[in-house]
Design a protein around this ligand. Sequence first.
Ligand code: NAD
Ligand code: TDX
Length: 332
Amino acid sequence: MRRILVTGGAGFIGSNFVQYLVDHTDVAVTVLDKLTYAASRESLAALPADRVRLVVGDIADAAVVTPLVGEHDAVVHYAAESHNDNSLADPSPFVQTNLVGTFTLLEAARATGVRFHHISTDEVYGDLELDDPERFTEATPYNPSSPYSSTKAGSDLLVRAWVRSFGVQATISNCSNNYGPWQHVEKFIPRQVTNVIDGGRPKLYGAGQNVRDWIHADDHSSAVWTILNQGRIGETYLIGADGELSNLDVVRMILRHFGRPEDDFDHVTDRAGHDLRYAIDSTKLRTELGWKPEYGDFAAGLARTIEWYEQHRDWWGPHKAAVEASYAARGQ
Ligand code: NAD
Ligand code: TDX
């Protein structure tokens, strides 16, 4: 593979993958990104211009997508509307980007025969009880809860159909919750960390018992590169790093890091339809393709991430007030 097109490469996880490609390979990268509110040109600014090119455009625009896909050896498709709370406030861009955008890319992959890797989420499987001994596997039935996760589930099913009916050379990965630098302040960990940096209090939805399975974005990127190179066409691989923690525990870890009392947070209005627990069994990826995560120690990864947010106030600061105002308007 010499040339790779990364959709959504100016977002949190997509930009991490672009950085990964620059650091670990010699491929030329094109980023196709609409530069929505969630994008950040700064996340790509330090990368060498002779390795990374940015094309500003919409994945649902066939006139842009089809010729661009044809110039590459592979497409890695990250672009999406990604925030559950936004999907509850206005589902429309989620349907357009996650479904129509993925459809448009698949049609281009079908027309050009280009290898396609689809980035998805564990949320397509719905949620688990707190005491369920089972975790999600590739065989778990789809059961999404939110407009966001249902559009991601629909996009996965489009990929599967385009493989089976049209022979598109695609793989799919479903990953758990990512953390790390460059994550938008609307998301859970950056929101709480920046609240504390600003002298405010973390905001926990409901009782805070909901469990998420945390993975560092660098580990997600290494898994995607492994699947792109060694994955079997038509297969799905779950990506996870055994990082289950309740939201309450994460908030307490953040408060401890800053030397603040562990109960120095607010309970706020719960998310509608809030998934209780996600948990990934990544045995298939580990045994078939030999991948393993490097960031086993969540506390250490979280501490580095907190330090990054302390050092990058100029990046997140300008967005913070508007994000908090929209949460406050919803009682969150
Ligand atoms: P993000 O919101 O940070 O970034 C999304 C990027 O996609 C942005 O740069 C945005 O400008 C771009 N984009 C949105 N609509 C577009 C369009 N119509 N055309 C072109 N570009 C468009 O999201 P993220 O957290 O980096 O997530 C990236 C992908 O990973 C998504 O597909 C998401 O479902 C998946 N995922 C995320 C997580 C997580 O924890 N964040 C976990 C598993 C899977
Ligand atoms: O202020 C908050 N307080 C709070 O308790 C926010 C923003 C969130 N939460 C809770 C809701 C969730 O239980 O924290 C948990 C994590 O919330 P998000 O960061 O919004 O992530 P989640 O809804 O779990 O989805 C994320 O992981 C899967 C990504 O945003 C998705 O793109 C990915 O598919």
